[in-house]
Every structure is written in C-alpha cells, then in structure tokens.
Design a protein around this ligand. Structure first.
Ligand SMILES: CC(C)(COP(=O)(O)OP(=O)(O)OC[C@H]1O[C@@H](n2cnc3c(N)ncnc32)[C@H](O)[C@@H]1OP(=O)(O)O)[C@@H](O)C(=O)NCCC(=O)NCCS
Length: 409
C-alpha cells in the first residue's frame, strides 16, 4: 500500500456527532446504533448518493459485543441503506475508525468496489473501558511472557511508563491539557466545528427520572477555563505519585463518525467535490508497556510513503490518549506545537475509542477546507496493546485559493 495508487482514493464526506462524556453526558441514554444512524443519514444527505450505490460498509468499533456487527447492520437499516449492501466491523483498538477508512480505501484500490462507507462508533457508557470485560478470560500462561503480560496493562499505567521512561513531566502534560481545552474552546466559539458536526436529536433522562427531548450540537467535555493552577491540584488517577490525572488524560466518551470513500473518477462522475485524498498509511507495533509512543514510529513511515516530511504537513491530528504520550511523540518528531490539533484533541473533546480515527478524519479535513489552501494533514494515534497508526491526507484547495497546482494525480 504505497505510492501513486493512493492518490486515486478520495473522501467526499466526513461528518461526526458531537462527542459527549460517557455516563453523564448528553448521550448517556442514547444507543450507539442511533449515533451511527445519525452520521450515516448525514453523509448520504450531504453527498446526495443513493443508499444502494454504497458497495460496502466498514465500521470501526472496540467494545460492542461481536465488535458491533449486528449494531452496525441495525444502523444501516435505520438509515435506509438496503440489505443488499454488505457490512462488517473492524477492531484495531483506538485506530479502529481510521482502520475502517483504510479498509474501504484498500477495497477501492484493489478494484473490488468504487464507493464505500467507513465509520467509527463507541458508547463507553454502555460498554465501559475495562481490561477484563465480561466473558474475557485471562490466559493463565500470560505471566510467562512479558510482552503478553504488558499487553494487558491498564492504559493509564502505560501513560505513567511513558512519562517515567522518557522524562515527560507533569508540567509538560498539564500544559498540553491547557492548550487542548483552549484550542477546543476557541474553535467552538468561532464556529469551526459547525461543518463537521451533525446535530443529534435524542432523549435524555434527568436525575429526577424525567425523560426529555434534546438536540445535541456541541462536544460537552470542553472546559474553557482550564488552567495550570487547577490542573496542578488534581491527584494522579492511576498510580500513587504518578503524573497522569483526570485533567491530562483523554476523556471517556460516546460518539460516532462516518466517511464516504470513493475512487476519484467516481467522485468526478458524480460531480462530488473532493474533501481529501488519501496519500499514504502506516501501522506499526511498539512495546505494549509504552503503547503511547506508537505515533512517533508510524508517522515517519507514513510521511516517507507519501514522499513528504514533517515540515510539509499543515495539521497533525495526533490523538491525545494521554498528554504524556502525545507530548513524547510531538517532541520526538519535532512537530511544531502550532500545527498540533488546532481545534483541540481528545483531552478536551473526548476519546470514544472506536470512533476516534474517523472523528479525526472529519476534524482534519474540515479544518483544511476552512483554511482553503491546498495542504497536507496527518491523522495519527497510539493503540492499546502497543501499536501506532498514521495516515496522510491532502486537501486539494479551493480554486483560486492557492497558486500551487491542484493535485490530480
Ligand atoms: C483519568 C480518568 C480515570 C478520569 O475519569 P473521571 O474521574 O471520570 O474524569 P472526569 O472527566 O469526570 O474528571 C474528574 C474531575 O477531575 C477534575 N477535572 C477534570 N478535567 C479538568 C480540567 N480540565 N480542569 C479542572 N478540573 C478538571 C474535575 O474536578 C472533575 O470533576 P467534575 O467533572 O465533577 O468537575 C478517565 O478520564 C480515563 O480513564 N481516561 C483515559 C481513558 C483511556 O484510557 N482511553 C484509552 C486510551 S488508549
């Protein structure tokens, strides 16, 4: 999967729900099928594509039973996509939403389909993060193999390991958290999320047991007043004496995102403007006990495959699973902080694990479009059990917005 063939795969729509805090946010009483239905309908409406034209659906999910396969099919039928359209789910931990986009892209590149629907969804309210979910049996031989044992570590402990091993201080972590909230708050205030977020009409049960209808339009985890002083008072969340806190870790959230991926020739034939072209992708394995370092290894390979360097990239959507690991990756690669998550990252917005990769694609491409010029962006994240993924996208630019030639490779 490298070279010019990637240039034939384009994205014509990428939309997401707001991301809401699990258990007490606006989607605490909303099923993931309904979140998915909302984004499926939205991308179909935005593109005007007839549902029967979709040739395959891939959904990234981590924690739903059977990886959400039947939930996905329910959402498909709720969205009016006929039963003749096949569907499957994929789980590559926190990159599952991006992996779904790549899976559909690969089907296009190998000539199996011309147009597909990729998505990501997670309700951490309904299926909480846990190293031992119901039905999970730890292999009794795990203790005999260090890597196998490390792959079962709680994610917060891997964050502490990264901070300790690579000398990422509490102050550095809290600083990234302050920035994440400040950037997200500014983006909300300026309306920068409006083109990527689909309002969700749903119901919520109040503390007094009364159900009421609501329309959710914004991410609810953003705390505009976040500052170093209040963050410094938060206690370590995972280990006494540690540096990872509720303030500098990603929030536990619910949400969904959907992306329509197609061949450039098909987009042209349908008269659909290209929101982004997929230039390259890389996924790597890293030691599970410091799983957060994954992007520092995946990004250079993806960039090399695209024939680009760090300085060619305008925006890095690097998932803030934890400020410790995100800071490590940014420092290791020399990513300028002004290019990092310009609308905030998972510390402020939240991290519904299976959804996140697809959410980042929507966030990246709409920001590149808002800026108007031809530009490149990277979507990257670390993954539990020790992996990193990165994809490079190109926004083609609005006609007249840039004197560089449009990419039509
Ligand atoms: C760290 C973690 C355990 C904290 O969970 P939590 O206690 O439910 O976190 P909350 O967001 O509710 O914050 C708890 C408190 O911290 C404080 N706090 C959090 N963020 C803050 C901020 N930006 N400024 C000031 N105070 C803050 C608040 O007092 C808050 O309580 P409140 O919401 O009632 O005001 C949880 O977020 C977590 O597990 N994150 C990592 C998830 C993960 O592993 N994902 C996979 C990655 S690979």
């Amino acid at each position: 999967m490298r070279g010019a063939s990637f240039n034939d795969v384009v994205i014509v729509s990428a939309l997401r729900t707001p991301i809401c805090k699990a258990r007490r946010g606006s989607f605490k009483d909303t099923l993931p099928d309904d979140l998915l239905t909302c984004v499926f309908k939205a991308v179909l409406k935005e593109t005007g594509i007839a549902p029967s034209m979709i040739q395959d659906i891939c959904i990234g999910n981590v924690l739903q039973p059977s990886a959400g396969a039947s939930m996905g099919r329910v959402a498909q039928f709720f969205s009016g996509i006929p039963e003749t359209v096949p569907l499957y789910t994929t789980c590559r931990m926190c990159s599952s939403g991006l992996q779904a986009v790549i899976n559909i892209a690969q089907s296009i590149q190998t000539g199996m389909i011309d147009l597909g629907l990729a998505a990501g969804v997670e309700s951490l309210t309904i299926n909480p993060l846990s190293i031992a979910p119901p039905g999970f049996v730890v292999n009794p031989k795990v203790g005999e193999n260090k890597l196998a044992m490390d792959s079962l570590l709680p994610m917060g402990i891997t964050s502490e390991n990264v901070a300790e091993r690579y000398g990422i201080t509490r102050v550095q972590q809290d600083k990234m958290a302050v920035e994440s909230h400040a950037k997200a708050a500014r983006a909300q205030k300026n309306g920068y999320f409006k083109d990527e977020i689909v309002p969700v009409k749903t119901k919520i049960t109040d503390k007094d047991g009364k159900e009421r209808s609501i329309t959710v339009t914004a991410d609810d985890g953003v705390r505009p007043g976040t500052n170093m002083e209040t963050l410094s008072r938060l206690k370590p969340a995972f280990k006494p004496g540690g540096s990872t806190t509720a303030g500098n870790a990603s929030q536990v959230s619910d949400g969904a995102a959907a992306v329509i991926v197609t061949r450039r020739a098909t987009a042209d034939a349908l008269g659909l403007p290209v929101l982004g072209a997929l230039k390259s992708y890389a996924v790597v394995g890293v030691p599970p006990d410091v799983m957060g370092i994954g992007p520092a290894f995946a990004i250079p390979i993806a960039l090399q495959r695209a024939g680009l360097g760090i300085s060619d990239i305008d925006i890095f959507e690097l998932n803030e699973a934890f400020a410790s690991q995100a800071t490590y990756c940014v420092e290791k690669l020399g990513i300028p902080y002004e290019k990092l998550n310009p609308k905030g990252g998972a510390i402020a917005l939240g991290h519904p694990v299976g959804c996140t990769g697809a959410r980042q694609v929507a966030t990246l491409l709409h920001e590149l479009k808002r800026r108007g010029k031809r530009a490149y962006g990277v979507v990257s994240m670390c993954m539990g059990t020790g992996m990193g993924a990165a994809a490079v996208f190109e926004y083609p630019g609005q006609i007249g917005a840039d004197d560089r030639p449009m990419s039509r490779l």
